[in-house]
Design a protein around this ligand. Structure first.
Ligand SMILES: [Zn+2]
Length: 254
């Protein structure tokens, strides 16, 4: 009888032990599921932070490039910024000379343009202030020859619509090129020109004298005149439709 009771007590103890083990297993399982549900709760937070970093990147893309208006490739030369001879170190590309530092970009841009149309060629690159003065005077003389009633001042005013006086042309920087399929301004096939206007920033260039921007540049539309400003600035200026004058103003206000 005593041993029977002892057996029963053992069985009860054994059962109680199993129940405890079961309870422990169940509890730890609950814990794990809480943990994994914790993981699922973390995921959306992670996605939010990923989204945030994408939008941060986007705002960085549209932010002004980290450049200075005093960087060599951003030198501003126009009729309001008359500049003396700059004597850049020159390198010949095709049949013209440019600032040695942009020769590779010019070569690559020309090559890409010739893939659009093999007729693309370089018309002009570096021109000294002295040569620009001669060039400007020769245009003034031509205007006066074709219309002898013009005064010097009237002839100069006329010439300024398509050429710059010495010291006012950015060709003296060695950072400007004229690139077209033909040797005449605004006479090239429009669709070919549009294609190279779009690809110019990939090589660090901008179309310098755009339509409707004469108020800022003082120069009318020129389909062939490209100016090297560096890839970051070229992309930003093109995306935001800015002339070099407007872009430099923004950099100075930064
Ligand atoms: Zn030009």
């Amino acid at each position: 009888m005593r041993s029977k009771l002892g057996k029963q007590a053992l069985v009860i103890l054994g059962l109680a032990f199993l129940v405890m083990i079961g309870a422990l297993v169940w509890f730890s399982g609950q814990g794990e599921s809480r943990h994994s549900s914790g993981n699922t709760a973390i995921k959306p937070t992670k996605q939010v932070s990923e989204k945030k970093s994408t939008s941060e990147k986007k705002s960085q893309d549209s932010a002004l490039p980290r450049v200075s208006p005093s960087d060599w490739e951003l030198v501003l030369v126009n009729r309001e910024n008359i500049t003396p001879e700059l004597y850049p170190e020159l390198e010949t590309v095709d049949n013209i000379t440019v600032d040695r530092r942009i020769a590779e970009n010019v070569r690559n841009f020309l090559k890409a343009a010739q893939e659009v149309d093999p007729a693309f060629h370089l018309i002009s690159g570096y021109r000294s202030v002295a040569y620009q003065k001669e060039l400007f005077q020769s245009y003034v003389d031509q205007e006066k020859a074709s219309d002898p009633s013009l005064s010097d001042q009237e002839a100069e005013k006329l010439v300024k619509t398509y050429s710059q006086p010495g010291g006012a042309s950015e060709h003296q920087t060695g950072l400007a090129i004229d690139l077209s399929t033909v040797d005449a301004l605004n006479q090239a096939d429009k669709s070919s020109m549009e294609k190279i206007h779009k690809m110019a920033p990939d090589y660090g260039f901008v179309l310098r004298f755009q339509e409707g921007k004469t108020a800022f540049t003082g120069v009318g539309y020129e389909d062939w005149h490209f100016r090297f400003v560096g890839k970051d600035s070229a992309r930003y200026m093109t995306d935001h439709g800015l002339t070099l004058e407007e872009y430099i103003k923004q950099l100075k206000e930064k």
